[in-house]
Design a protein around this ligand. Structure first.
Ligand code: MSP
Length: 513
């Protein structure tokens, strides 16, 4: 049986243009999806748009559009962003699709059947922008406006008939689950936040609304629409053809291996979602990973703050691999991270152009000039050559474990270091000085360095897929060669073929000042 891996991004509200925060969630998930494929897993990577609820209905109205038409247009923007970000998603789900309605109806009916839903009246604070209910101790007053303390978004008082989910009854189940499954919520700091929230006691959750109509009707009472978060979370099952639990996709991929989300939506994924699933008698996802925020001027990037860095503009100016590399390398996953154009430029110049790019380019041009443009065969490697090659191979289990703990920063740090070491080895070995006096030694050095370039490119491929493919193509390796197994094997080169030409990989960015 092949090894399988199911990873998801949050589904995005198509209420405005996609911004860097959205791009970040998606790129992070994409790096994991790509790595697991390189590792030999059968991967399902899901993303999509979250299209129901009051926020979308209001936004559509503001734009004088029917909600469905409004969503069709904006969802397309998110779909085209997947191509711009070079995501390798296997599916793109929209919550306005029939497959999703079926799945949400089934979840609702399962909760009714288990006796976990009752009809009552909700009165309390609601933030349309967060689509979230808040307790009075979660609210503060600023300039006469009532705001959520955590998100800063405005709340309004709501009183309406509502179906409730007996969330309070799940406190013990949830705490037991967190205890038994140490890595269910990562990073650890987020897990502690969730546990102390749940330990304080949970209130039953309002899961339907009556004051607007843009949503999936409650099956037994179409005066109500289902609360957008119960609707949205179910997308992770809809994409597997749930409710057909005999379907191959469902059987192969549920429970999900990891939901990648931002820390602002942790409560929904780490408390509500598992409680719904327990009530529906379905297995729980293996992990919820809450990344930090991308900050601009030290504030969360958001439409309401007007400090959005447009990913599409940045990509146009600098390139997609450059942006992917920068976000993965410079933002510590799990913590908040400030980004700036200045840092992006430095990262492109120092890491990509001067390190990995420079390594590939100088080695290829040396081979072109001095070896008839062909890779020299493995021959009489010395101890330090073997040590260099073995260092990557021996670290593979460690690299896999970094990825499996979503420790992307340690992963990239180690791979970048391999690239520094390879550059240093090339400098220190001075193959140019051996052309005449010891061509055999020169060839051994070049062979060793090409092994390193191949292996580093495979390891960087999930992060910078376009550039690494160019490099591998130059040495006549194709997509099917990009695998961890091919790091373990040495000598996969075709020695009869000449190297192809490689244009500049990463252009250096001039500083404006
Ligand atoms: N629709 C819900 C998610 C439903 S999942 C079942 C939602 N959508 S969102 O469009 O508002 O946000 C989606 C994701 O983008 C969240 O993970 C959020 O954390 C992330 N980001 C939005 N702004 C962000 C930053 N400035 N920085 C990093 N990520 C942030 O919530």
């Amino acid at each position: 049986m092949s090894k399988r891996f199911y990873i998801t991004t949050p589904i995005y509200y198509p209420s405005g243009k996609p911004h860097m925060g959205h791009a970040y969630s998606s790129i992070v998930a994409d790096v994991f999806a790509r790595f697991k494929r390189v590792e030999g897993y059968d991967v399902l990577f899901l993303t999509g748009t979250d299209e129901h609820g009051q926020k979308i209905q209001k936004e559509a109205k503001k734009n004088n559009k029917e909600p469905k038409k409004f969503c069709d247009e904006l969802s397309e923007k998110f779909r085209s962003l997947t191509a711009i970000l070079n995501l390798s998603n296997d599916d793109f789900i929209r919550t306005t699709e029939t497959r999703h309605h079926k799945s949400v109806n089934e979840i609702w009916n399962r909760l009714v059947k288990s006796g976990d839903i009752y009809l009552d009246k909700y009165s309390g604070w609601y933030s349309v922008s967060d689509e979230a209910y808040y307790d009075k101790d979660e609210i503060e007053e600023k300039d006469g406006r009532k705001l959520s303390k955590t998100s800063g978004s405005e709340v309004e008082w709501v009183e309406e008939e509502s179906y409730f989910f007996k969330l309070s009854a799940f406190q013990k189940n949830l705490l037991d689950h967190y205890k038994k499954n140490e890595n269910f919520i990562l990073p650890q700091s987020r897990k502690n936040e969730v546990i102390s929230f749940v330990e304080k006691g949970l209130k039953d959750l309002s899961i339907s609304r009556t004051s607007f109509s843009w949503g999936i009707p409650v099956p037994q009472n179409n005066k109500h629409v289902i609360y957008v978060w119960l609707d949205a979370l179910t997308n992770y099952l809809s994409a597997l053809n749930f409710p057909n639990t005999e379907d191959k996709k469902y059987k192969d991929f549920w429970p999900a291996d990891v939901h990648i989300i931002g820390k602002d939506i942790l409560r929904f994924h780490a408390i509500y979602w598992p409680a719904f699933l327990i009530a529906a008698n379905l297995p729980l996802p293996k992990r919820v990973f809450g990344h930090g925020w991308i900050l601009s001027d030290d504030k969360k990037m958001s439409k309401s703050l007007g400090n959005i860095l447009d990913p599409i503009e940045v990509i146009k100016d600098y390139g997609i691999d450059q942006l992917r590399y920068y976000l993965i390398k410079e933002v510590s996953l799990g913590n908040d991270g400030s980004i700036s154009m200045e840092n992006l430029k430095n990262c492109i110049n120092n890491d990509l152009a001067n390190n990995y790019g420079n390594l590939c380019q100088r080695v290829f041009s040396f081979i072109k000039k001095n070896c008839g443009n062909k890779i020299p065969k493995k021959n009489k490697l010395r101890e330090n050559d073997i040590k260099l090659i073995e260092n990557i191979k021996n670290n593979i289990p460690k690299l896999i474990s970094f990825i499996d703990k979503q420790n992307l920063n340690e992963y990239i740090k180690m791979v970048v270091n391999f690239s520094f070491e390879a550059n240093k080895y090339f400098n220190d070995s001075e193959p140019w000085s051996l052309k005449a006096k010891d061509p055999e030694r020169m060839n051994a050095i070049l062979h060793t360095i090409l092994e390193q370039i191949k292996n580093i490119s495979i390891l960087l491929n999930p992060i910078i897929p376009i550039s690494t493919k160019k490099v591998l193509d130059t040495i006549n390796l194709s997509d099917k060669d990009i695998s961890i197994d091919n790091i373990k094997k040495d000598d996969i080169f075709n020695y009869n073929l000449e190297l192809k030409n490689l244009d500049i990989l990463f252009k250096k960015i001039e500083n404006d000042n």
